[in-house]
Design a protein around this ligand. Structure first.
Ligand SMILES: Cc1cc2nc3c(=O)[nH]c(=O)nc-3n(C[C@H](O)[C@H](O)[C@H](O)COP(=O)(O)OP(=O)(O)OC[C@H]3O[C@@H](n4cnc5c(N)ncnc54)[C@H](O)[C@@H]3O)c2cc1C
Length: 436
């Protein structure tokens, strides 16, 4: 008799789990609450779907922070090479970008979802769409069935693959946390990860809205903006997934790269990467972000560079000279912040004014109000506690016949393909365990 396995959620983890369990001989029903499988895969990587990364295993694991250790076993069974082979079997070639991110060669997420649909069909998985599960029924500590609004599905095993609670339009609305908690599982506090940040200086942000800040250094401090001490900024970048020393408080994290100023605050790659540490720090007190617009040079060098330009173009308005230092969307607000008359000729800028301009370029400061919203986060931090899941099998240590995979667990990482790889790998293991 083949095992009856129910998989809840047809996302990255759930489709892999369902297909693999069926491949191993289980009778599998995949219940999906929306009208289409893999909705979040479709929007991943801006529709290009960054499925994994080519960095070495140790550094790959480090991207998940302390919880990364949980993934060693799953990755030893199914990692990026196996994922690439799997996709190739379904006609999807992959490419690795120079920075290491792996995508389908077509850079079309739809191809990845199609591969999984073919996998499910090949192994005769019954996929029921528009079928949301409300409850997992357990008798004497053993899973016996799942319940939707209208139907009870008896089973020998359940794989909970409901994802996180961000981007709820994709179907991940946090149902899995509730269902797991009802069965006695501990849920590590849910927080938005990879999320834009609102700043208290809303008017300032609005004035600079759309400014793309390239190759800047953002440093988050556990203090109000007025108390930032730029001398404490560590020489190297720090943060989850970056090797090196953890910074000492009040520095929370510091990263060099691109950021964007939005109508409500800050976004862009380095801000998103820092956002979870900032969200966690906000629970302890005020947080501010210092943006160094010229991280490649020291403040002293910047002063002399400015002076050279002022000398060279002494008759020009100083704000015209700043155009070669700042993007146009930042310029007007920057001039207001400097407190120096925009029309002042460069020859009349005195040393203290020049130093003020240099200091402002090295330290544009914002007080952080909070994350934009859970709905806009790319990933949900927190989830079913890993203490209660066997990393070798993805089985619940509390309920027999219950398995987990993907973002519903307390696993998350920054951008780079790590979240999808974790969902595929844990899905593979959960499918195998549930079928056996
Ligand atoms: C905008 C965006 C871009 C991203 N880009 C990338 C990227 O490029 N690379 C990367 O690695 N990661 C990326 N991620 C993160 C990644 O997509 C997720 O971590 C991953 O999809 C999680 O997979 P999952 O299977 O755990 O959950 P999901 O893919 O969210 O799937 C969960 C499924 O469960 C279903 N479900 C929920 N509740 C129920 C219920 N009660 N009954 C039945 N079904 C239910 C949902 O409808 C959904 O289909 C991105 C995320 C977002 C939001």
């Amino acid at each position: 008799m083949s095992k009856k396995v129910i998989v809840i959620g047809a996302g990255a983890g759930g489709m892999m789990a369902a297909g693999h369990a069926a491949e191993l001989g289980a009778e599998v029903i995949l219940l999906e609450k929306t009208d289409h499988p893999g909705k979040k895969i479709l929007i991943s990587g801006n529709g290009r779907c960054n499925i994994s990364h080519n960095r070495p295993l140790e550094s790959f694991i480090a991207q998940y922070g302390i919880n990364g250790r949980f993934l060693y076993s799953a990755f030893s069974r199914f990692f990026r090479e196996e994922l690439q082979q799997f996709l190739r079997r379904y006609g999807v070639e992959t490419i690795t970008k120079p920075e290491g991110k792996i995508y389908p060669a077509s850079q079309n997420a739809r191809e990845v979802v199609r591969a999984f649909e073919a996998y499910l069909a090949d192994h005769k998985v019954t996929l029921l769409l528009n079928t949301g599960v409300n409850h997992i029924n357990v008798e004497n500590g053993v899973v016996v069935s799942v319940r939707t609004l209208t139907t009870i599905y008896p089973c020998d095993a359940v794989i909970l693959a409901t994802g996180g609670s961000s981007h709820p339009q994709t179907g991940s609305t946090g149902d899995g946390y509730r269902m797991a908690a009802e069965l006695g599982h501990k849920i590590v506090k849910i927080r938005p990860g990879l999320v834009p940040l609102k700043v208290k200086e809303a008017a300032l942000a609005k004035n600079m809205m759309g400014a793309s800040l390239q190759s800047v250094r953002a440093t988050a401090f556990q203090c109000a903006a007025g108390e930032i001490s730029t001398g404490l900024i560590p020489p190297q970048d720090t943060g989850m997934g970056i090797s090196g020393k953890k910074p000492k408080l009040p520095v929370i994290e510091s990263r060099t790269g691109d950021a964007i100023i939005t109508h409500f605050g800050l976004s862009g790659p380095i801000i998103l990467e820092m956002s979870l540490a900032i969200v966690d720090a906000l629970a302890k007190g005020p947080v501010s972000v210092n943006i160094d617009l010229k991280p490649e040079i020291s403040e002293l060098q910047l002063r002399s560079l400015l002076q050279q330009e002022f000398n060279l173009h002494s008759k020009r308005e100083y704000q015209t000279i700043l155009k070669s230092f700042l993007t146009s969307k930042v310029l007007d607000t920057f001039v207001i912040l400097s407190g120096i008359d925009a029309a002042k000729p460069a020859s009349q800028i005195n040393a203290s004014e020049r130093d003020r301009i240099a200091a402002l370029m090295k330290s544009l400061r914002f007080n952080i109000e909070g994350p934009f919203s859970m709905a806009t986060a790319m990933v949900t931090a927190g989830g079913v506690s890993l203490d209660e899941i066997d990393p070798k099998t993805m089985a619940s240590k509390i309920i027999s016949g219950l398995y987990f995979c993907g973002e519903v667990m307390d696993i998350d990482a920054g951008t780079g393909g790590y979240n999808l790889q974790a969902a595929f790998s844990t899905g593979y293991v959960a499918g195998e365990s549930a079928a056996s």
